[in-house]
Design a protein around this ligand. Structure first.
Ligand code: PLP
Length: 355
């Protein structure tokens, strides 16, 4: 498929102060877009200026939420080269999501090539400072003008990019997390393992409750027994107990994080015992009381590693590792960001140069 490029005639000023970028508010000059229609497949692949879309108010996605997305980042290394971190995994996962939402499969090689071309064109939008990056958001949604429930026949696939500041403006700090016992995010058989907008809509009420109680994020429990730990808002979760690294197994309601997988692979390389299994919040509380809960941290593209310092479950507040960053959290953070920014050898071949 040929990708046409239509460059903007009105380039925007590239932000100079990376500390003021924040997250997801500023968009680069260009976007990639392609159309799908049943019978014609994916077509009209193009890079165009970032601009508003024209959609029918009846566009199916606006009514029944047939939408999927991905999230990854581009990093500038000390040689001024731009790197992606395991981008093939994102497009592979996007097709897992597509299948569940009856969205046509995307051509992984073509969209990866499109992404590289897009970033090459907007290269000066990739921030320079350490910890800052270009956030990349690919997404697909149904556009048919039809207010009826069925899979769409027409879709748009779009990639937009957004320069983002360091996630930890004041350094890697532990967060407080609230265990949600009332709302659930996903159940087995549902869409928890996909990145689809509806999962995040489902999470907002719990997130609002956590905020009200001054906690940064929600820890979701399983939707059936409300006993077993699933994951955090947009992060997978890990516990270290008795020198064993434990993370909930993937059973359909948990998102299969690429950072999660990378953390598992690194811990195993370091000779640690890593177990993917069901883990109940009671087991965590018992380990805390027994003094064997050493660390807790979240993993995800945005924060990479997010140490959990406080965990609130009902009336109990667990202060983990004295609300300080744990040894493994710090080591994983340094290693993953080291590989992403090209400071450390890339033994697993996770980095992809864009030019
Ligand atoms: C994106 C996401 C993650 C983390 O996935 P990464 O590939 O590591 O960024 C975890 N949980 C949820 C619900 C997510 O949306």
């Amino acid at each position: 498929m040929n990708i046409t490029i239509h460059k903007t005639t009105m380039p925007k000023p590239v932000p100079q102060d990376d500390s003021k970028l924040g997250f997801g508010q500023i968009f680069s000059d260009h976007m990639f877009i392609m159309n799908y229609k049943t019978g014609s497949g994916w077509h009209d692949a193009r890079i165009v200026p970032f601009e508003n879309l024209s959609l029918s108010p009846a566009a199916m996605v606006l009514h029944y939420g047939q939408e999927i997305f991905e999230g990854l980042k581009a990093y500038r290394d000390s040689n001024n080269k731009i790197r992606l971190f395991r981008p093939q995994e994102n497009f592979k996962r996007m097709n897992v999501s597509a299948k569940r939402l009856v969205i046509p499969e995307i051509p992984e090689d073509i969209v990866l090539d499109a992404l590289k071309q897009l970033i090459n064109l907007d290269k000066n939008w990739v921030p320079h400072s350490d910890g800052a990056s270009l956030y990349i958001r690919p997404f697909v949604f149904a556009t048919d003008p039809f207010v009826g429930v069925r899979p769409g026949d027409e879709y748009l696939f779009i990639i937009i990019t957004s320069p983002s500041g360091p996630y930890y403006a004041t350094g890697l700090n532990p967060v407080g997390i609230y265990v949600e016992e009332n709302y659930v995010r996903a159940v087995k058989g549902g869409m928890g393992y996909t990145k689809t907008g509806g999962n995040y809509a489902a999470s907002l009420a719990g997130q609002a409750e956590a905020k009200k109680q001054n906690f940064a994020q929600v820890l979701w429990l399983d939707g059936i027994e409300r006993k077993y730990i699933e994951e955090v808002g947009a992060m997978n979760i890990f516990f270290v107990m008795n020198d064993e690294v434990i993370t909930p197994e993937l059973q359909g309601s948990v998102l299969e994080g690429i950072t999660r997988q990378s953390a598992i692979e690194l811990c195993r390389k370091w000779g640690m015992k890593v177990t993917e299994r069901r883990i109940s919040i009671q087991e965590v509380a018992d380990a805390y009381k027994a003094g064997t809960l050493q660390e807790c941290f979240g993993t995800g593209t945005a924060a990479v590693i997010s140490p959990v310092g406080l965990l609130k479950w009902g009336n109990m507040i667990m202060e983990i590792n004295n609300n300080k960053i744990g040894e493994l959290s710090a080591k994983l953070y340094d290693t993953l960001t080291g590989i992403q920014y090209g400071r450390l050898p890339d033994e697993f071949n996770w980095s992809m140069m864009i030019d």
